[in-house]
Design a protein around this ligand. Structure first.
Ligand code: ATP
Ligand code: LTN
Length: 334
């Protein structure tokens, strides 16, 4: 490990589409807030992304865009390690070992696997089923303490814990037990068109998600069209999932509590409220978008950050994998 007393937080996002405000609120924004307290290691999970079909040119472009976005959101490349998953070969190597202590039945029960298998019925590949094992390898290689993710990823962090415990039991203490780190607010932002489903970057309906790259007019239009109930009262409630979701988004972007937001919109109708949500989101995103554009114009800088990140990640990952190979009895020469 690098010389530090701080606990390690590890997370990643797949470069599988345009990032939504769900990804931002549920993950990247929280990493930025936690980077002083923890040693942060953040990957661009391109090996996970190819478990569904990707266009190679787009995958390559999105990888750099995501790196620029991590930086534009405020991750400090000196304090944190930012790297591309496929550049550290230990991820694939540890996955193979962990595969041998993971059961097919466990993987078949994973919610995300079931959802994605239903959605991509023509491409239920081994990688899609193995996705959680690769994610466990990511987390365990870096002796991670905390994994800040949105609520949908909790099950995957739990299976990583099960796999770690199983390995430690069988071969002796090797991995640290990671814990999911899920924020009380904004861990599950819902689709604007169907508030019973999570907002997702791979939704076919562009009006369901607000993308970090959307301009102000588009953002305002999408919120205006968001599906809500018709009682015209801005208040969070179980039977008002649309408005409850918009309130969560508003609080995350305006930086206020639910009670404050409800008070601010007392007596106001949905039209005013939706406009305010759109404005709060657009105003927060504008500087991030400008910074991302600026960074993308400087490819040499971005490549430098990622190659330095890959080297730092490699040094940690190699140590862990060496230990694993030793424990399981792999021949290592003399
Ligand atoms: P895809 O649709 O391609 O599966 P996704 O939008 O679900 O992608 P991921 O790359 O799987 O995004 O997730 C990146 C991070 O964003 C994870 O930490 C995940 O928990 C979080 N996240 C994704 N969607 C939401 C959401 N709607 N609300 C809060 N957090 C989210
Ligand atoms: N599966 C995650 C992305 C991911 C991840 C990780 C998150 C890949 N490896 C390790 C945390 C830790 C997702 O967000 N869909």
């Amino acid at each position: 490990m690098e010389q530090t007393q701080k606990k390690v937080m590890y997370s990643a996002v797949q470069p599988s589409g345009n990032l939504t405000i769900g990804n931002y609120i549920g993950s990247v924004r929280n990493w930025v807030g936690l980077q002083q307290e923890f040693t942060g290691i953040f990957a661009i999970a391109n090996m996970h992304a190819i478990t569904v079909r990707q266009s190679p040119a787009e995958l390559r472009r999105r990888t750099l865009e995501l790196a620029a976005l991590y930086l534009a959101c405020g991750l400090d490349p000196e304090g944190c390690i930012l790297y591309v998953q496929s550049q550290v070969p230990q991820h694939a190597e540890l996955t193979w070992v962990l595969n041998t202590i993971t059961y097919v039945g466990e993987m078949e029960r994973m919610t995300q696997y079931k959802d994605k298998a239903a959605k991509h019925a023509d491409n239920i590949n081994m990688g899609l089923m193995d996705y959680p094992v690769l994610m466990a390898a990511d987390i365990l290689l870096y002796l991670t303490d905390y994994v800040p993710v949105g609520a949908d990823q909790k099950q995957h962090v739990e299976i990583a814990r099960d796999i770690a415990a199983r390995f430690n039991n069988r071969y002796g203490e090797t991995f640290r037990m990671p814990e999911p780190y899920i924020m009380a607010q904004g861990a599950r932002i819902m689709s604007l068109q169907d508030p019973s489903r999570k907002m997702s970057k791979s939704d076919e309906n562009p009006n369901a998600s607000v993308y970090l790259a959307d301009d102000k007019d588009t953002i305002i239009r999408k919120f205006k069209r968001a599906v809500t109930d018709s009682d015209n009262c801005v208040r969070a409630a179980e039977d008002k999932p649309g408005i409850t979701n918009l309130l969560a988004i508003y609080c995350a972007f305006a930086g206020c509590s639910l009670a404050e937001a409800e008070r601010a919109f007392e007596g106001k109708g949905y039209g005013d409220f939706k406009l305010a949500v759109g404005e709060a989101v657009a105003d927060k995103l504008a500087p991030v978008q400008a910074e991302q554009r600026r960074l993308l114009a400087d490819k040499a800088y971005l490549n430098g950050i990622l190659s330095q990140g890959a080297e730092r990640a490699y040094r940690i990952a190699r140590k862990t994998l060496d230990k694993v190979y030793r424990k399981i009895g792999f021949y290592r020469g003399e």
